[in-house]
Design a protein around this ligand. Structure first.
Ligand code: BG6
Length: 325
């Protein structure tokens, strides 16, 4: 490369904006993460919510409903809602907890995360309870969330939750990264890595069953909590020849959800036909809730990659996924 060209390339890199703070739908604060090879991601401070993850061709990899309501108190339908301090509808708290409909702050004083130093496109967010929140869930906590778009396009989320109670009391919570993957046609999608695992079926009173068969496919509504799953799960979009690989740490369970046609029609913020183009696979900690004493911290990590299916073939037979997990 000629020297001038080299210098120009260098300049381009130095000027490159990896993290941009801007406004999104309804004027809500939004952060755009960009990487040099045109990967991008978007994060709303409302919910600490990732709403977009695009590959180098500008193709959207996450599903967000056309009917999503970007307005508190409704959580954004799609992307990656954060379920905390509870997953599901149980107890006195609202369904999936309140973290997904609170406004998070940018955390400029985040204590060091042990991440790769080549990561430049990342944002640190923090959520702390308001006085109102303390009435709902009487605990002080600091929830730090780092969202990173890695140079190769992977999307990484790390949560660190610390008990800040000064009354000596522990607290207990469940958690999920409620990821909505964009798929071309749900009837052509396969999930690998969960076969032979036990699950609680939310459509049958949370009764426990064992998954059979080779891989999971979809022909009707599904709402299952797979228990003690491997750290790697693959979602194969046959029609697009794309495979999502979900890697997780500290999150033993995995929820698989698709509302199918009837539930889709019943949801005000979801299109009647949109169930065909999404699948939720959620890295979670549900069966065995986490308890933290004051001063203790929990960490839960999820990493998403999107790769051409051909690249993965051979790595994705269930046995290999299980072993390498
Ligand atoms: C899934 C649950 O994780 O989220 C389902 O397993 C639930 O039971 C779905 O219907 C959507 O929940 P919400 O509160 O976002 O409508």
């Amino acid at each position: 490369m000629a020297t001038v060209e080299k210098e120009e390339k260098q300049m381009e890199k130095e000027d490159f904006v990896y993290v941009e703070q801007t406004k999104g739908v309804n004027g809500l604060d939004k952060v755009i993460l960009r990487e040099v090879r045109d990967f991008s991601a978007e994060v709303y401070l409302y919910g600490g919510h990732v709403t977009s993850w695009k590959n180098e061709h500008g193709e959207e990899l996450l599903f967000v409903s056309n009917k999503a309501i970007f307005k508190p108190p409704k959580a954004i339908r799609g992307g990656i809602p954060i379920c905390f301090p509870q997953f599901g509808p149980h107890g006195t708290l609202e369904q999936h907890g309140f973290a997904r409909n609170r406004v998070w702050s940018i955390d400029n004083d985040a204590p060091p995360f042990s991440t790769n130093s080549t990561d430049k496109a990342f944002i640190d967010l923090i959520l702390k309870p308001s006085d109102e929140d303390m009435k709902l869930w009487p605990h002080k906590y600091e929830f730090r969330l780092r969202i990173t778009l890695a140079p190769g396009g992977d999307l990484k989320l790390t949560s660190r939750i610390r008990n800040m109670n000064t009354d000596g009391k522990p607290f207990t919570f469940t958690f999920a990264y409620h990821t909505y993957f964009a798929v071309t046609d749900i009837s052509e999608v396969r999930v690998e890595g969960l076969e032979t695992h036990d699950y609680l079926d939310n459509l049958r009173n949370r009764e426990r069953f064992t998954e059979q068969g080779d891989a999971i496919t979809f022909e009707s509504e599904v709402d299952k909590v797979y228990l003690s799953t491997p750290t790697k799960i693959a979602i194969l979009d046959h029609e697009r020849k794309r495979t999502f690989v979900l890697r997780k740490d500290g999150l033993p369970d995995a929820v698989v959800w698709n509302p199918w046609d009837k539930k889709a029609k019943a949801m005000a913020d979801f299109g009647d036909e949109e169930y065909k183009h999404m699948l939720c696979v959620e890295a979670a900690c549900i069966e065995k809730p986490i308890t933290l004493k004051p001063g203790e911290e929990w960490r839960g990590r999820q990493e998403l990659s999107a790769v051409p299916s051909s690249y993965c073939s051979g790595q994705l037979d269930p046995e290999t996924v299980l072993q390498s997990g």
